[in-house]
Every structure is written in C-alpha cells, then in structure tokens.
Design a protein around this ligand. Structure first.
Ligand code: SF4
Length: 463
C-alpha cells in the first residue's frame, strides 16, 4: 500500500498528527491482535478532531472478519480495504471510487509492485506465498487469506536481487506456510530450489537469507541439505509445532507427536551443524489435560530449543476448535504459559552461557533502542523482531555502522540476549549500499526512514 501511494506521488508520514489520510492496517488472528487493532483505530480517529486527518481508512484482516461490525460500530472509519483489495488504496485515498468494490480475486504482489520498506535498510521481509490449505482447527487465517498460492520463481528472484542491490543484507522469506512453496506450481521441493537460487544471487558483500514458518512434515532432507550447503542461508529453522501431545495435535488436526518431532529435530541438527531451532506452542487448547501439558513440558526439556514462544489459546468464534468441548479455564492457561516459559528461560540461559568466548559474524543494526550506551546486532541465528539480540558494549578498530556484517566475540550471556565486543576488520564495501545516513534509519535513533524499492523494469509482471 505504501509503495502504491508513493508511486502516485503521495507523501508518507509516520506522524498521524500531520497526515491528511490515516491508514490503519489490522490483524484479527487472535483476541489480543483484534484488541490492538481496535484500540489503534480509536486512537487514530482522534486525529480527525485534533490533527489534519480528513479520512480514516482501515485495512487488513479485521476488515475481512468484521466488515459489517466496523461499519456499524465505528462511524469514524471512512473506508475499508480487505486483504484482496490492496490495489484500491490509491483510489480510495484520492476519493476516486466508492469505499467498497466487493472484489474478491486473491491478491499477491509481484515484482512490478512498487514497494516501500518499513524495516531498516539492512533487512527486509519478502512474501513468497499467500494463503494456507492446512486445516488447523484453532486457526482462522485460511478463512481470510484464502487458498495457498505461490509467487513465481522469477518474481521472487527479481525482487530479492533488487533488495540486495539497495543494500539489504538479510532477507526473511515469509508466507503462512513457506515450506509449501511451489506445490501449487507443480514444483517438488520448491523452497529448497528457491533458496538455492537466492543463495546464488551475486552480491558484493556477504548476505543472509532465512525463511520463517516451516510446517514440520514439509521439512524435507533436501531442504535441510540445501541450507547446509550454502553459506548465505541462515542456519535457522523456525518451525511452529503448536504442541507435543498426540491427542492434542489430533484435535488440532495437525497430527504427529512429540516422538516424531524429536526424530525430526535430531535430523535437523545432524544435517545442519550449529543450527538454531525456533518453535512456538499453544497452551490451553480445548481438551488439554494436565497429562497433555506434562507431555509438552517433557518434550520441551528434551528438545532443548534455541528459541521458543508460547501462545495462550484464543477461542475464536469462526475457528473449528470453538465447537470443541473441554475448554480450559483462563487461569490454568496462564499458569501453563508461565511454567513453559520459565523452563525455556533456563534452557536459553544455559545455551547462551556456552557461547561466551566464541566468535560469530553479526549484522550490526544500530544504537540500541533501549540505551545509548550499547549498539544492537544480531547473529544469523537470531531472527529480527522475535528472537533475542546481541548487544555490543565495546569495539575494536573502526566504529560500528548499521548494515555491517562483522565478527563479534561473546563476553556475557543473559537469558535471551548476548553481549560482546565487535572485532576489528571491517568488510570492504566497494559499491554496496548507496550513501545514506545509517543512523537515521534505525528505530533506536529516534526516527525511522522509509526505503523505496522501485519495481522491476520488466513490462510484464511475473506473478
Ligand atoms: S498452517 Fe499456520 S496458517 Fe495454516 S491453518 Fe495451520 S496455523 Fe493456520
């Protein structure tokens, strides 16, 4: 949406007080996301009274799910844009057409779509597929994102090439299920092939590529071999497992069991030395007994995950699990979450302590958003925004600069974060990123600047 507005000559501002049109992009996956979306809409509506705003537009999944309710209960909202109507953003902002077209053609952007990066210049997310065909009973995403569909190979390669040419050092591939990539195009092991092609893009400097959201039974040996074979593919597997007790996984309609997952984890670690495995679980799913939760705890203890997130079950009225019996009370759910996180904190701390004294390449991000005294960086085994970080409290040689990949010696370990000294030896940077004020692009510096990635020069979009 930002890319399209910029391409039509509109000026983007992160300051709602000076915006003439405010767009709130929403999520409706679970209760806290819905609440945050509604709170933001109400907060932004105030700027129609105290700021320059003449129009408030709500976009995204909340619209797909509660279009009628928003129209009825939030009269401050002037227009709605569903997830498949993104290309209407320009017309709606300019008041060219009525607020709703009823368009339902599944939307997926391509290499001719103009794009603005809302992330700092050194990393970017890139969507490779949209929608999901899995039947997970707790999940409402397929209802709003539609059937699974992949972007074309060449479209993804073309966009990645341009991102790297703009100075992006790390690309994170996303989609509801990245490991299904290419299945709808009739390609076997599509993600493995795509990763190998992305790794082959020539860049003047080291680059990192990772994918997020793997579905466990799609993590093939070929995929793991491909990650192991290419230095630029992050040794990182993000694989939400959701639970480890077989009866719960069956009610979730995901299948498998803790034992099956342990064998897969062993295979991942055997194939990719030094890999970091991230997962997430849902606690309090309907029917989850004390014994099921104990199975999950024992599994987490045995699996020794590098990164782990815990969600509390959210009883969504349009999900299949809404009709299941055996709902778990809220207090028990919270206690289970606390218990699992406490266990993981111990695992994480022990793993981090073993890294003290070791050296790793890190991607320097910028001054720490928490304190002026530290800089923030990440190892390739730390994904942006969801994992811990590596903080720099000292450096040898040249001053750190955002976007550099440099070696760091770990000197201290915390539960989730590491602290270390950046070592001398700055990579040569002949023609990588265009000259820019790096500090201004990192949220830690106070102001974020938007990076514009122009569309591919081709005439025909490669969808
Ligand atoms: S695989 Fe992910 S997006 Fe798809 S239904 Fe399951 S939880 Fe939802």
């Amino acid at each position: 949406m930002m890319g399209q507005l910029a391409a039509r000559g509109h000026e983007l501002t992160p300051d709602p007080a000076e915006a003439e049109v405010i767009v709130v992009n929403t999520c409706s996956f679970i209760d806290p996301a819905k609440q945050e979306s509604v709170d933001t809409i109400l907060e932004m509506a105030e700027y129609k009274k105290i700021g320059q705003a003449k129009k408030l537009i709500v976009a995204g999944c909340l619209v797909e799910r509660y279009r009628g309710d928003i129209r009825k209960d939030l009269p401050e909202v002037d227009a709605l844009i569903g997830t498949n109507e993104i290309e209407r953003i320009g017309d709606i902002c300019e008041g060219v057409e009525a607020s709703e077209s009823g368009s339902v053609a599944p939307y997926l952007y391509h290499d001719l779509t103009p794009r603005i990066l809302a992330t700092p210049r050194h990393f970017a997310y890139m969507k490779i597929a949209e929608g999901c065909d899995h039947p997970c009973t707790f999940c409402v995403i397929p209802q709003y994102r539609g059937k699974f569909r992949s972007r074309r190979f060449e479209s993804v390669i073309s966009e990645a090439t341009r991102l790297f040419a703009h100075g992006v050092r790390e690309i994170n591939l996303i989609g509801q299920d990245t490991t299904c990539y290419g299945e709808d195009l009739g390609i076997r092991d599509g993600l493995a092939e795509l990763l190998a092609r992305l790794a082959g893009i020539e860049t003047p400097q080291e680059k990192w590529i990772r994918f997020l959201y793997a579905y466990p039974n799609r993590v093939s040996q070929k995929l793991l071999d491909t990650i192991a074979a290419h230095a630029s593919l992050a040794k990182y597997i993000d694989m939400p497992l959701q639970h480890a007790s077989a009866p719960v996984l069956k009610r979730m309609k995901r299948g498998a069991s803790g034992d099956i997952f342990l064998k897969l984890i062993e295979k991942i670690r055997r194939t990719i030395p030094g890999v970091a495995i991230r997962t997430s679980f849902i606690v309090g799913f309907p029917g989850e007994t004390d014994a099921d939760f104990e199975t999950l705890r024992q599994f987490v203890e045995a699996a020794q995950f590098d990164r782990l997130g815990v969600f509390t079950y959210s009883d969504e009225d349009t999900s299949a699990s809404f009709a299941l019996d055996g709902k778990v009370d809220g207090r028990t759910i919270q206690n289970r979450k606390r218990s699992l996180m406490a266990l993981q904190r111990r695992v994480s701390r022990a793993k981090n302590r073993r890294l003290v004294g070791a050296e790793f390449p890190v991607l320097v991000e910028g001054p720490s958003p928490e304190t002026d005294l530290l800089w923030q960086a990440r190892m390739s085994t730390q994904a942006p925004e969801i994992d811990g970080v590596t903080l720099i409290n000292d450096f040898e040689g040249a001053e750190p600069k955002p976007g550099q990949i440099r070696r760091l010696r770990v000197t201290e370990a915390h539960d989730y974060d590491l602290i270390g000294t950046l070592m001398a030896g700055v990579e040569q940077d002949p023609n990588a990123a265009p000259a820019h004020d790096e500090r201004a692009e990192w949220p830690g510096a106070g102001t974020a600047r938007l990076i514009q990635i122009g569309p591919a020069p081709a005439q025909i979009p490669v969808r």
